[in-house]
Design a protein around this ligand. Sequence first.
Ligand code: GFB
Length: 312
Amino acid sequence: MQKRDKIYVAGHTGLIGSALVRRLKSLSYDNVVTRTRNALDLTDRKKVEQFFLQEKPDCVILAAAKVGGIHANNTYPAEFIFENLSIQNNVIDLAHRMGVKKLLFLASSCVYPKLCAQPMQEQDLLTGAIEATNEPYAIAKLAGIKMCQAYQRQYGANFISVIPANVYGMNDHFDENGHVLAALIEKFHLARQQKLEDVVIWGTGKPKREFFFVNDMADACIFLLNNYDQPDVINLGTGIETSIAELAGQIKKVMRFDGALRFDTSKPDGNPRRLLDSSKIKALGWEASTSLEKGLQLTCEWYQKNLGRTLL
Ligand code: GFB
């Protein structure tokens, strides 16, 4: 990827897209193109085609997606499969037709089988059944991976896919539809504000997740755009697992909440574990550098500053 290349970041207002734009700018990639959701509906093929004809980007980073935590995935399965398939079908196919030189597709670690051996390796894809709460989303993401591979095999398109661990950070959705880390930051904030005695943590607290700071994620994507041209997917993570109970304890501390944690086991746990084997990207020369402690601190500070939620 050249510094003067026109790079279209689809989904630039979201968690990962906004981090990508920040990182690209800090590395002097100054020809970044974006469109808000109102300006360009990516599920509308005609409009996406007009956009490509007008802008003719050299590179595309497909960070636009319908995303959410376990509750949102479980409640809106139709939107999760339909919107994601529509967005990626339009963007990947039109990127090929318009001669885009390189495309990066973002998948998710929920594409691996529910009971996959840990840590999960790239060759474990499609070896078992997917966890039920996020199957529609995972099927859409698997289709995106397969589409990039098919276009690479049939047309020689340089379209690559990554599988990130549980990404968190600035511009996340801090509400009940969000992923656990952001949702808990908001819950602890509200509990302090409303002087509650406890905070409800969904599930048993036993599942483990690999939390991956969004600035590291953006950095890894740009590294791969410059150093990776293979059709095989590539995992992106830290190699460190944290249980939901441990995570809740850490957020409680950063958000300075004095009350108790109450586990609501009527809520789903989702995957028991989801640890990625990131040795492939490590062998290429890239490694995550932000600890969960540091990333959590930065995310809580951002939340308090930008969402007007100053702690008393
Ligand atoms: O982050 P999360 O919503 O989704 O939940 P997944 C992770 C774990 O945290 C689950 C527990 O065991 C939840 O039960 N949890 C506890 C909570 N309290 C809360 C809470 O207040 N909010 C939330 N959201 N969770 C998602 C997938 O899976 O991961 C997506 O649904 C995507 O499709 C994403 O792949 C990366 O980590 O289970």
